[in-house]
Design a protein around this ligand. Sequence first.
Ligand code: PLP
Length: 389
Amino acid sequence: MTKVIYLDNNATTAVALEVFEAMKPFLTEEYGNPSSMHTFGGKIRKNIDASRQAVCDLLGANDPSEIIFTSCGTESDNTAIIGTLRSYPEKKHIITTKVEHPAVLSLARYLETQGYRLTYLDVDEGGMLDLNELKSAIDNDTVLISIMHANNETGVIFPIEEIAEIARMRNIAFHTDAVQSVGKIPFKLNQIPIDILSLSGHKLHAPKGIGALYVRKGTKFSPFLIGGHQELNRRGGTENVASIVGLGVACELAKRNLEDENTRVRKLRDKLENAIVEKISNVRVNGNKNSRLPNTSNIGFEFIEGESILLKLDEKGIAASSGSACTSGSLMPSHVLRAMGIPFTFIQGSIRFSLSCYNKEEEIDQVIEWLPAIIKNLRDISPFTNKKS
Ligand code: PLP
C-alpha cells in the first residue's frame, strides 16, 4: 500500500517516535503503581512529575501543580464544567457558543435538562464571536463561561485573552477548550487570567486516551471522577503512567516545533489553500483567515458532496475530513458551518484539510495536482443543476 498523505491532524495525529520510545519502558518493565510504598512503584512518581512540568512549560503556566492528568479532551471538558458547577451550586446560568465541540455542546444540552439555563453565543460568517453579545449575556446567576480557543472544523481562533478579562471583571469562572490549539500556537497562561483549560494528547502526537486539565491556583474546583487520592485528590483513578510520560515528551516536542508549525506548516497550508482557490471555481474558504490555526483549512466546493470528494481523495491515499457530516455520524450538516450562515450549497461540499509538522511539500503538491480533476469529474456527474468546474 502506498503511504497515506495524512491531512486529518485535527481528528488525530501520529504518535511521535520519541513519544513511543519514552513510553515503552512503562508498558514493559516499569509497571509499578506510582502510589505504592515500595521503591519499584514509588520511583515512577518522578516521571509523572516531569511530565506535569512539561505540560506546565508548554502552557506557560506558573506551577506544575496546576496540571491534572485526565483520560482525554472530553473528560477534561466535562471535568471543567461539572467541577465548576459543583463548586457553585447556587448559580444556574452558563454561557457557551454555538460552535463548540460536542464534548462541551452535548453536555450543555444535557445540563439544560437538569435545571441549568444556557446561552449559546452566535458567530458571524467568518466564525467569529461578538464580545458585546458575551458581555450582555452575563447576569448575576452566571456561574461559568465555557468558550473554545480554536475551532476544530475551521481553525478559527477566539480572542480568549479578552474573554478571560471580561470573565475576571465579572468574577465568573472561565473555561476554554484548547484541545485544538495547544501545541499549534504559543501559550502564556501566566499572563492570561484563564481559570481552567482543557487539552488532549492525541492532537499533539501523544497517544489517544490521555488528556490534561489546567486549573489556575485559587480556582474553586470539585473533582469529576471521585475515587482515590491521585492527582492531589482532584481526579481519582490509577495514573496512566505510560501515556502521561508520552504526553510530557509530546509537549516538549511541541514546544520545540512551534516555530515550524507557524512558519513552514502555515506556508504549506497557505500553498494548498491558494492553489485550490486559484485552480477551482466556485470554492470558498470557511473561517476568518486573520485569526486561524496555522495548520487548518476548511474549504467549501459548491455543487458536490463532501463525502464524494473524501472518497475520491481516499482512493488516491489522501486522508482529509468532511465538514458536512457532524461527528456523531448523523447526516445533519456541520453545526459549525450552519452557525456561520454558510450557504447550504457550500456546506455540503466542505472539506477540512489539517496539517502537521510531519507533512512534506511534495505531499501538498500531489494534492494540488490531483484535486482539480477530482472536483471536475464529480461536478460533471453531479445531480445539482449548476454544473461548474
Ligand atoms: N474539543 C475539541 C475542540 C476537539 O477537537 C476534540 C476532539 O476532536 C475534543 C474536544 C475531544 O477530545 P478527545 O477526543 O481527546 O476526547
